[in-house]
Structure formats: C-alpha cells, structure tokens
Ligand binder design. Structure first.
Ligand code: PRP
Ligand code: URA
Length: 235
C-alpha cells in the first residue's frame, strides 16, 4: 500500500484536537491522479473567486484527464480487417459495454469530458443528495433499465466527503447487477476515501486529491466548497 501526502488544511481552521498528520496509507484500489495538469486545474477549482462559467470549463477539462487515466488498461478486441491508405490493418474496439453514472447534480459536470473519450457510452443518471442536517444520502431519481447489460460502469461525482452518497450509489449499482465499477472524483476527504474503500473494496477509485479534514458541517477542508452550487450558481 502506498503512503501519500494529503493536502494540509490551513491550521487556522483546525481544532487543536483534530490536527491531521501529513501522510496516510492509501487503500489498495485508490489511484491518485497527480498529473501536473490535474493539480493545476484543481488549484483553480478550489479558488473561491472562480465563477460558475470557469468552474464548469475547468471541471470539464479535468474530466478529460480523469477519463484518460481511468480508461488506461481497458481491453480491446479485434474486429474486421480494414484498409488504411497504405495497407490493410487489423481493426480493434473496446471490449466492454460501458456506461457512465453521474450522481446528480454535481456528477453531471464530469459527463461531457467522459463522453468525449467514450462517445458510445450510455449515460444513466442517479439522483442522490445529501440531507443537510443528517448528512445522509437521499435517493430521488433512479431510472436504471430493468436489466443490467453493462460490463463496466464509471460513477461520476466530484466530491467524496463522508462517502455516504458514494457508498449508496455503488450499493444501488451492485444491487442492479453491475459487476465492475470505477468511481471518479476530484476531491475526497481522508475519512471518505477510507469509508468508501472499506465498504466497497472491489471498486477502483480515482481522485485528484485527498484532503485531511471534514468540517463540522460535512465540508471537505480545504476542498472546493459545494460543487453542485458552484456549477449551477445555486448558492
Ligand atoms: C454533494 C456531492 C456528493 C455529496 C458528497 O452533493 O456532489 O454527491 O455531496 O457528500 P457525502 O460524501 O458526505 O455524501 P449534494 O448532496 O450537495 O448534491 P448536489 O450535487 O445536488 O449539489
Ligand atoms: N459536497 C460538496 O459539494 N462539497 C463538500 O465539501 C462536501 C460535500
């Protein structure tokens, strides 16, 4: 297991009893996407001066990077023999039937970037929000088809805070019959990533940063604020 640095929250915002350590052991199936472009873009997303339009654009660019990284290693299968302008060649295509599962609302901000890389993927929305006082996930939209015909699902949500939402979404998809799941996020809290990996040790999790802290009201610190509100200008 790898030991990685977490983002260190500003000490001013920490209670003396909750000082985080600077490193922690990453669960085995968690991948930190630390490409320099991802780190650069995350720094923009964190900035409270960044308005919705730029937030959406940068989140979209980030989705492209995450799509590239999280599709590495997918299998291809041979198709028919085709012709280039010079000679014949063996055609190939992706083997898996793939769907993306954005968790509404904020997960929708990652869809276009994924579809640029996976244009034939299905898009199946899951509506879950985190109830403000209990921080528990509430399901409000689910139109999954009756039968699961998907081999590999990408669950999209920029934020993993308590991980209640992420765990509930993966539960829904596993109950539906989905066997292979990759969870894609931008920022996770340390406790959230640990909870998600513990609840679902079989799924791959890709995230750009793991921040040390969750505030008393369940916000990731430093985080980037409420991703849905920043995307859709609803705060
Ligand atoms: C945010 C975020 C995650 C969830 C994370 O959604 O997009 O879905 O909170 O929190 P958790 O890990 O503690 O469950 P929110 O409930 O704010 O809904 P929204 O996307 O509609 O804004
Ligand atoms: N949801 C968000 O959008 N941001 C957080 O910091 C926590 C939950």
């Amino acid at each position: 297991m790898a030991t990685v640095p977490s983002a260190v929250a500003s000490n001013a915002s920490l209670s003396p009893t909750r000082q985080p350590s600077n490193t922690f052991t990453l669960p085995p199936k968690v991948r930190i996407v630390s490409h320099p472009l991802a780190l650069h873009k995350l720094s923009i997303l964190r900035d409270k001066r960044v308005k919705s339009r730029q937030f959406r654009e940068v989140l979209d660019e980030m989705a492209l990077l995450l799509a590239m990284r999280s599709t590495q290693g997918l299998e291809v299968t041979t198709t028919q023999t085709l012709e280039s302008p010079i000679s014949t060649y063996q055609g190939v295509k992706l083997k898996d039937r793939i769907a993306v599962f954005p968790i509404l609302r904020a997960g929708q901000g990652l869809v276009d970037g994924f579809l640029q890389m996976l244009p034939t993927a299905r898009v199946l929305h899951l509506g879950l929000y985190r109830e403000k006082s209990t921080l528990l996930p509430v399901e409000y939209f689910n139109k999954l088809p009756s039968e699961c015909t998907i081999d590999l699902g990408y669950v999209l949500d920029p934020m993993i805070a308590t991980a209640g939402t992420a765990i509930a979404a993966v539960n829904i998809l596993k109950d539906w019959g989905l066997k292979r799941i990759k969870f894609i996020a931008i920022v996770a809290s340390r406790e959230g990533i640990e909870s998600l990996a513990k609840a679902h040790p079989d799924i791959d999790i890709y995230v750009v940063a793991v921040d040390n802290e969750l505030s008393k009201v369940g916000y990731i610190v430093p985080g980037l604020g409420d991703a849905g509100d920043r995307l859709y200008k609803t705060h």
